[in-house]
Design a protein around this ligand. Structure first.
Ligand code: SAM
Length: 330
């Protein structure tokens, strides 16, 4: 069976599955604060079939996301089923999850026991009041911190903490996050704000770019770049004394589309070939009509052929994606 690769020669090895587009947070860089779920979700058995077919095509990593994936009841059972799948080399899949961490304290150990390998927790301030202003939910900070600590204890390792920087909201959190990475033993990753928010407030000036992050952190301690895999989204750094890891995901100032290995399934079963796609491809509709595995494989190959070469953020011809981040799955 042919391994998935697109017409630019990029192997597709990384699948992200959104299992709901509901979310219990309303982060300013993501949501309006008024809209709810738009697309609904599918039974776990349908995502499992999709994951099995993708694993047979060369996918090695599966990341569960949303919306907020921990809002789905029965998620540990789904992880257990995913953990029974094998990649083309007969190895278990690398299973990860991105979560806002609000419900993670109770779920970390059951997820680890079910076979989850790693977790990434989104956290955009290390100060409870600022955190509430960004998430537009009060009292969340302590839950998320407890979730991060529980994930570490459970061995969901390495725990990564994602912080989207948005000028005017949290760029003063760069140094506190540097301290947090060292004290808590987590990898903090700063993400450049992308035009994928429901409010459509993105402007180039609102992006806090990689060079500024590195420069600001040097006022605390210098960062030294370390090597990273080509398909990895984050540039990786240690502090000069070797303690604490920082990542910077810089899709706006340093795009990494040439090495993109990702494909996404939305909560309603559509394939998206790029975060910035202006269309999606209805895999679930085919399944509902009774398509065989072979027919689904043929459909997937055809879709991957259409994967976009790159995004056009900040260019005159930029066309906003047909869905915002919460309804795609980041
Ligand atoms: N609810 C989960 C969470 O909070 O991690 C998973 C879904 S969330 C959409 C996935 C990731 O996308 C989070 O790390 C979030 O910070 C990031 N994100 C959302 N909107 C973004 C934007 N406009 N630019 C950059 N990253 C964004």
């Amino acid at each position: 069976m042919a391994v998935l690769s697109d017409k630019f020669g990029r192997p597709i090895t990384d699948l992200r599955i959104s299992i709901t587009d509901r979310c219990n947070y309303k982060c300013v860089y993501c949501r309006t604060g008024n809209e709810g779920a738009l697309y609904g979700d599918l039974p776990f058995a349908d995502y499992l079939r999709m994951a099995r077919i993708f694993a047979g095509l060369g996918i090695r990593k599966v990341r569960l996301t949303g919306g907020e994936p921990l809002l789905r009841q029965g998620i540990a059972g789904f992880v257990r089923d995913l953990a029974s799948l094998r990649d083309l080399g007969g190895e278990p899949l690398d299973l990860a999850m991105t979560t806002n961490g609000h419900l993670l304290a109770e779920m970390a150990q059951p997820l680890k026991d079910a076979g989850l390998n790693r977790v990434t927790v989104s956290m955009d301030a290390v100060d409870p009041d600022r955190f509430a202003r960004i998430t537009r939910v009060s009292g969340g900070y302590d839950h998320v911190l407890a979730g991060i600590r529980a994930a570490r204890r459970a061995g969901l390792w390495p725990v990564k903490v994602n912080c989207v920087l948005m000028r005017g909201f949290n760029e003063d959190q760069i140094i506190p996050f540097g301290m947090f990475a060292r004290e808590e033993g987590v990898v903090v990753r700063f993400i450049e704000f992308m035009p994928l928010e429901e409010d459509r407030v993105w402007l180039p000036q609102t992006v806090v770019a990689l060079d500024e992050i590195v420069g600001r952190m040097a006022e605390y301690r210098p960062l030294v770049e370390i090597s990273h895999a080509r398909s990895e989204t984050a540039r990786r750094y240690h502090f000069d004394d070797g303690i604490g890891e920082i990542g910077i995901i810089a899709p706006v100032s340093h795009p990494f589309c040439r090495h993109c290995s990702r494909i996404r399934i939305t909560s309603d079963g559509k394939i998206r070939t790029c975060l910035f796609s202006v269309w999606d491809h209805d895999l679930h509709q085919l399944m509902r009509r009774g398509a065989s595995d072979e027919e689904l494989v043929g459909f997937i190959h055809g879709v991957v052929e259409k994967k976009e070469e790159r995004h056009h953020i900040g260019e005159a011809d930029f066309v906003p994606a047909s869905r915002t981040m919460v309804h795609i799955g980041g």
